[in-house]
Write a protein that binds this ligand. Sequence first.
Ligand SMILES: [Zn+2]
Length: 699
Amino acid sequence: MRLALAVAILAACSSGSKSPVAPPAAAVPASAAAEPRPAHTWSSQMTLAESGIVPGWLDRTADPCTDFYAFACGGFLNTATIPPDRSSWGTIPLVAKDAEDFLHKVLEDAARAPAGDPVAQKLGDYYAACMDEPAIERAGAAPIAPLLARIAKVTDGQTAAQAIAGLHAQRIFPMFRIEQQQDFGDATQVIAALDQGGLGLPDRDYYFESKGNMARSRAAYVAYLGRLFELLGQTAKAARAAAAEAMRVETAIAKLAQDKVTRRDPHAVYHRVDRAGLETTVAPSFPWGDYLKALGLPGVTAITVNAPAYYTGVAALLRTEPPAALRSYLTSVVLRTQADQLGKAWVDENFTMARVLRGTKELPPRWRRCVRQTDSDLGELLGQSYVQARFAGDARSRAIELVRAVLDAMRSELDHLPWMDDATRASARRKLEKMAYLVGFPDTWRRYDFAVSRTDYAGNVLAARRWELARQLAKIGKPVDRLDWEMTPPTVNAYYEPSLNELALPAGQLQPPFFGPTFHPAVNFGSTGGGTIGHEMTHGFDDEGSQFDADGNLRDWWSKATKDQFAEATACVVDQYARYEAVPNVKLNGKLTAGENIADNGGVKLAYQAYQTWKAQQHPAPPSQVEGFSDDQLYFLAYGQSWCEKTTPEALELAAHSNPHSPPRWRVNGVIVNQPAFGPAFKCAAGAPMAPANQCSVW
Ligand SMILES: [Zn+2]
C-alpha cells in the first residue's frame, strides 16, 4: 500500500521508516556484527525428523523428477484439512498458530496479573478490553459516533475535505493515504508521501472487471455495505441507497487509481510535486493548508504523490459529487474499517466479505483475533516474551551465520556473472556491501506511550492508530532510523526495503520447520537460507529493487548492455509463470509476480552455493546422508516443505488477482525447474519435467 514497497515473503507489506543524515552506513546493526560464530556438532545417527524434514509430509510414491511439490508435500496435501476459521493451512499457518498460541498464554497471564509491571499491565489491559464482549456490546455504535458526527457536517467539497483530514489523523484513509517515505530522489531525506487509497475491495480491477469471482464479490460488497448502514439504524431502503451511492463514489476513485502492475515501477509512483505544486497545479481546490495542519504537519513543504492526476481527480470528485453521496462514502469507510472493534453483529457482517473473498467458513475465535490485534498495535511489547522463549541461546548467532554465508555466495555470484559488465558489477558490489540486515528482534524496544483503557476496546484501537500515524509522520525531516522494524518479532514473514537497502528477518520466521539450531544445516540453508534470506537479498536486485542504488536512491546504475540482458532474463521468468494456473481458468500474472519469482529463484540458487561453500569449511562435515537422503536432497526438500500449503480456491483466486507472490505450488515447482543442481541431486533423467533443458536464470 505504500510507495516504497517493502517486499516480503508473504502478502504483507507494512509501512516503514525512511531517510537521512547519512545514507546506509554500517551494513549491519552493532549487535549483529558482534555476534560470535556458533560451534557445530553433528550426530551421524541423525534421523530424518531430527534433520528438520517432516517425514509424514512426504509422498514417497510421487516422482520428485516429475512433480517435486507432490513428493515434498504430498503426504501433507493428501491428509490435511483447512480449519474452518482459515483460508489456508500449511507450513506458515502452522508456525503462525504456534506463535499465536504462545502469545495467547502470555496475554491471558498479563490480563490476570496484579498491577505493578507496566509492560504486563498495558498488554493485559489491551487484551482484556478486546476480550470484554459484554462491554463492547453495551457500547453499541457509540465508539464511532464522534467520527460520524464529523461526517454529518459535510455540506460541500470543503467540509468534506475537513472530514477527510479528521479521519486521516485517526489513520482511517478515505480517498487517499498519507505517510512518510525516504525521498527516492535523495535517500538522505524523509518526506511526506500521498498515496491512492480508500477502496474496500482488494484491487481496482474488482470495480470494473468480471474475471473469476470479481462480479460476485462486487455484488456481495454492495450488499454488505447496505447491511452496515442498516446496523447504524437506517431503514432497509435508505441503507440500500446509501450503499449504492458509496459504491458509485468508490468506483470513481478506483477509476483514478493506478493498477498494480504499473505500481511495481518505482518511477510510476514517485512524483515529487512539493506543497506549492499541490496547491497551485495538482489540486488547487483542495484545502491543503488545513489538511496538513490537521495532520500535525503545518510547515511541511517536501511532498511526493503516487500520481498527480489522481489528486486532481479526487479534488474534482469532492467538487462535483452531491454532499449526500460524499457522506455515504465517508460513512461506509468508517463503518467497514471500525466494525471489527464493535459488537458481534458488526463483526459478523465484516466477516461476510472474508467468506466471499477467501472462502473462510468461520470467524476465528475471539481470543485469536485479540492476540492478532495486540500484536498489531503493541507488537514490540508483546514480542519481548516471545523472543525470550523462542529465540534464545545461539539462535540469533546461527541465523546471522546463515545471512553471512548467503551474502558471501551473492558476492561470488556477482564476481562471476557473465552478463554483467564491470562498471555495473562494481555498483552491484557496492550495493551488496551496504545491504543491512536486521535479525530476530530490535536492538531497542519501541515504547508505546499512549494510554490504554481496560474498558474501551474501540478507543484503544483508535489510540494505537493515532499514535502510530504520529510516530511515522514525525520521521519527516529527521535522520533515517535503519533500526526501526516494519514487522513485529513473532511475525512469520520477512522483508527487504529497497529505499533502505535493508532486509529484516523476524524471530517468528526463524522457527521450526524453517529453522532449528540442531537441524541438519542443509535444511536450514534450504528453507531459511534460500526461502528467506536469499529471497530477500535477491529483492535488492530484482526488477524493482535493481532500480535503487546502494544508498536507496532511485537511480539507474546499470549500463545499457547489461540492462538489456537483465530484461531478457526477466522476460523468461515472466513468461514461465504466466503459463501457470492459480485455479482453473485463472492464470498467474507474470508481470505482477516477476519480482517475487526472481527472488524465489535467486534465493534458492544462492543459498545452494552458500551451503556448498560453508560445508567445505566445516570439520567434521555434517552428515552426507540421512535415512537415504543426500544432503543436497535435504536442501531441496527443506525448501519444498517450507511451502506445503492447502488453500481455498477463493483465496488462491484472490491472490492471483492481487498478490505479487505466486501460489505455494508454483513457488516450489516454478523454482525447482530452474535449479541446475536439482536434476543431479535427484538423479533426474535429462529433460524430465523438473529438470528441463531450458532454464530461466536471472540470479
Ligand atoms: Zn519477496
